[in-house]
Design a protein around this ligand. Structure first.
Ligand code: TYD
Length: 136
């Protein structure tokens, strides 16, 4: 099964411009507790390089583009996000890296929990160990 799950966001664009709506628990499967966005990015400064024990997220490139690498410990896939109407679902225990940010990139992330540093796995070998022992 593909790691890359792109959600088509409801859009009502017309001659006045673009419009996207996201409803917590409806458009997306989890309740959104937090959102953040990344901007003023640089193409040669990748980000991410971590996984989460429990957190689920959806990433939307609302402007510009960037390249995501997703890795579940068994397979590694990549996808270019370049549309404000597509959301990338990032499940728990998924290693993610973000590369090749365009200068105008604005990356919005919706998250299922509040910020919790103890939910992060920042070491790739530790990530592989956790995946191997995961009972869920
Ligand atoms: P970081 O994990 O480096 O971001 P990325 O995944 O894009 O590489 O986060 C940047 C900083 O922001 C870091 O000091 C932690 C802090 N932070 C919060 O305070 N709250 C949050 O919700 C997030 C995601 C990060």
């Amino acid at each position: 099964m593909s790691l890359v799950k792109l959600i088509d966001l409801s859009s009502f664009s017309d001659d006045r411009g673009g419009f996207v709506v996201i409803e917590s628990g409806q458009t997306i499967s989890f309740e959104v507790k937090r959102l953040y966005y990344i901007f003023n990015t640089s193409g040669n400064k990748p980000r991410g390089f971590h996984a989460h024990i429990d957190l689920k997220q959806i990433a939307i490139c609302v402007n510009g583009s960037c390249r995501f690498i997703l890795d579940d410990g068994l397979q590694r896939e990549e996808v270019i996000l370049n549309s404000p109407t597509k959301g990338l679902m990032i499940e728990r225990l998924t290693w993610r890296e973000m590369h090749d940010f365009s200068e105008d990139c604005v990356l919005l992330v919706l998250a299922s929990s509040h910020y919790d540093e103890t939910d992060y796995i920042r070491n790739y070998d530790e990530f592989l160990r956790v995946v191997k022992n995961d009972a869920r």
